[in-house]
Write a protein of this length. Structure first.
Length: 155
């Protein structure tokens, strides 16, 4: 694909024992899907700062120990924008998840993750995150519900 611009995004997966926290996206890109928390990195903030801010804005949790464990690139056929998504995780956080205008948070058992209502790429890389692996991947989508090709490696 011929990329003409990149958007830098964050995605935060919070773990607690054998549960992970996902949010139902209520509006905007990916609405109707369960996902981690995140969004665009803003000018003047680091990627880590962007991840922390989105976690706070979208479900009212704070964490000072987010660790970057994955880098995912997403492209959509006939769209020149490449989404460079930095994936963070932590099992240490403060606060209770709270519903916001953007997300409705819910804990899921790690063996009962709602992959059917998530982005199609999640079922490839989320198990790696859960196993404590670091990873790097590329996914080419056609529309939102079909992957044309992908590449995923552990680091
Ligand atoms: C294509 N396959 C994908 N698989 C898994 N996750 C994906 C994804 N594509 C995008 N994502 C995530 O979806 C969020 C969008 O964020 P998005 O709402 O656009 O950002 P932000 O909150 O800044 O938006 P607005 O300010 O409302 O424009 C952000 O976490 C991003 O990492």
């Amino acid at each position: 694909m011929s990329t003409t611009s990149r958007k830098v995004l964050t995605l935060v997966i919070i773990r607690k024992g054998s549960d992970i926290l996902l949010g139902m996206k209520k509006r905007g890109f990916g609405a109707g899907k369960w996902n981690g928390f995140g969004g665009k990195v803003e000018p003047g903030e680091t990627i880590l700062e962007g991840a922390k801010r989105e976690l706070q804005e979208e479900c009212h949790l704070t964490s000072d120990s987010l660790k970057e464990v994955g880098l995912l690139e997403f492209e959509f056929k006939n769209d020149p924008v490449l989404l460079e998504t930095h994936v963070f995780t932590s099992n240490q956080f403060q606060g209770e998840p709270k519903e916001t205008e953007e997300m409705n948070p819910q804990w899921f058992s790690m063996d009962n993750i709602p992959y059917q209502q998530m982005w199609l790429d999640d079922k490839y890389w989320l198990p790696l995150l859960i196993q404590g692996e670091q990873f790097k991947g590329y996914f080419l989508f056609e529309g939102h519900e079909r992957i044309l090709n992908y590449d995923l490696t552990t680091l």
